[in-house]
Design a protein around this ligand. Sequence first.
Ligand code: FE2
Length: 282
Amino acid sequence: MIYYLKSIRNFFSLRIFSNTLGFKNLSFFLFYLVAKIIFIFQKKKIKKEYSKKFDENGYILLDNIDVTDISIKISKLFFNQNNYIEPLRGYKFLRTAVAQNLNQEIEYIVLKIQDQIENIFKSNFKIYFTNIQRSFPVQNNIEKEAQLFHFDDNPIGTKKIFIYLTDQYQDSGAFRTFNRKISDLLKKKGFLSYTTEIRENCQNLALSLSKDNLKIQSGKKGTVMCFDNNLIHKATLPENGFRDLIVMEVFPAFKEINSKNISKSLSMSLEEPDYPRWPFFK
Ligand SMILES: [Fe+2]
């Protein structure tokens, strides 16, 4: 019976919201509507080309930025094993206490991309978490978890921003994703990924469309990419060297982004849920 109810919820929720969260999306929908209205009253101008491109594909490459200073600092931090944790094979994450010292540098980056992100959201935005990670080759790696095709199953409007601190190409760990159309098609065909077992069982379905449709988001150091968390995507370890990346999870907001929010996002532990349960209170 529960299985039957779940499949009905998934059927409708995936078609309306592209995730399986059902009614949970409503508070986010309302929150975003208010954020957009406030933005109009603040008389901020929107450049439609960003939102048009993003809405169509579910991802967008933004203007390159200069990351020379911060990438050198981060590279030095990864030399000292007290500065990071290794929650998964092939990944190091800077500890929050260490990452917080980079507040100013992160703020510099956010100011560079602020207008473009506002244009994508058509509202102000806030950062829920910021993490700084390094991935590297692992011998006999068996792809699992985020390295398998999946969608994050986050509430509508949840987006991620990737800031490339190293060149990232097919063999150097570039992110892979389907566009919105193919992601929706796969979900209609039954693609789900919210448990390990379901995720593993759905890999062949994603692979069946990957040959011509999987987009490798290659870019040189300084590339900024924004994507919808509910696209079907996967992480890939580099084959040699290492891949450094700043990851920010972003949501619409009522107020303009400020340094307090950036600092809070850097202090968010990896163990926290990957999205706020109540958009109005976070
Ligand atoms: Fe993901």
